[in-house]
Ligand binder design. Structure first.
Ligand code: EPU
Length: 295
């Protein structure tokens, strides 16, 4: 189906029929029929406003590192393509939401600013990390976030500090039509060598416990309160369970990996098998931590 989009929407930078295999770290999914890639905040705002006016839904894509796409997507997809500029003011860093998350952590290290070490192994875009309140090793974005800019689902541009209730474990209000535009982190000046040592320690830890050599989408399920999804899946004996080229990682049971030719349907089936087996054995309902898109 081809949607007749209005001229102002089609005047924004966009590409047609881009495979989600190229837009996601898991490397599966159908075609992104309409990929809009604004290079300025004004273009992003024009996109949202045009969609609102036309009554069109839209989806927001970041680095595609936490996403499983089932089939083709006709819904217009917004992926920011802002210049990757990091601004420093004292010990604060501001970056556009489209900036690479790991690259931002590296920029902080180089600037001798401590506080984003936890982010050094979390892939994706800064916007995705803010939206998910990404975290690792007991730290999360809300700990360092001082200000952020976003578009509301109505296309209004807002800049403000986080408020109580904005962020929670792996979640925020910035879903369903919100678009994160940029974020500012309050960091602490430190010695780059000390920061590097902490980053290296996290990397080593992650490297021995997570399957970094195969395509994956990070942790697939959320940790149920007080429990570990990885431990529950492991204890259910599911490591190595395979549907085609999709496998429960033998290294970390809460990671599903793509051995090369896996399909989105195989991942969906594998997730369902894991979910139902864990429910049967442990009586715990696992919830996806990854986002799942189907049109
Ligand atoms: N465990 C097992 N078997 C496994 C995997 C883990 O028994 O196959 C056990 C571990 O031995 C440990 C416990 O489960 O006792 C927790 O494991 P781990 O330390 O690996 O942490 P996690 O809770 O599985 C969380 C985040 C990760 C983040 C790490 C490190 C979630 C869902 N996961 O994993 O985030 O990298 O802590 O801080 O919150 C992600 O968000 O995509 C992600 C990978």
């Amino acid at each position: 189906m081809t949607r007749p989009f209005p001229d102002d929407l089609l005047g924004l930078p966009h590409r047609r029929d881009v495979p989600f295999a190229r837009l996601t770290t898991l490397g599966v999914g159908g075609l992104c029929r309409w990929l809009f890639e604004p290079t300025t905040e004004a273009e992003a705002q024009a996109f949202v406003r045009a969609c609102v006016r036309e009554g069109l839904p839209w989806r927001v894509l970041g680095g595609g590192s936490n996403l499983v796409v089932l089939g083709d997507v006709e819904t217009p997809v917004l992926r920011l393509a802002f210049p990757k500029l990091v601004q420093r003011e004292g010990s604060e860093l501001t970056a556009p939401a489209s900036h690479g998350h790991i690259a931002l952590a590296e920029a902080a290290t180089q600037a001798g600013l401590s506080g984003l070490e936890f982010a050094s192994g979390i892939p994706g875009s800064l916007g995705g990390a803010i939206r998910m309140n990404a975290g690792a090793y007991g730290r999360e974005w809300v700990d360092v976030l001082t200000r952020f800019r976003f578009l509301t689902p109505e296309g209004e541009l807002v800049e403000r500090a986080p408020e109580p209730g904005d962020f929670r474990y792996r979640g925020s209000f910035l879903t369903a039509g919100h678009v994160v535009l940029s974020a500012t982190a309050r960091l602490a000046t430190s010695d780059p060598e000390t920061i590097r040592a902490q980053v290296a320690e996290y990397r080593a830890k992650r490297g021995t416990s997570q399957p970094l050599s195969r395509r994956n989408a990070g942790c697939i399920f959320k940790n149920p309160p007080g429990q570990s999804a990885g431990r529950l899946i492991d204890a259910a004996g599911l490591k190595g369970l395979r549907v085609g080229d999709a496998e429960v990682s033998p290294e970390h049971a809460n990671f599903l990996v793509n051995h090369g030719q896996a399909t989105a349907a195989q991942f969906a089936e594998l997730m369902e098998r894991v979910r139902s087996r864990v429910l049967e054995l442990h009586g715990v309902e696992l919830e996806p931590e990854v986002e799942i898109w189907r049109d």
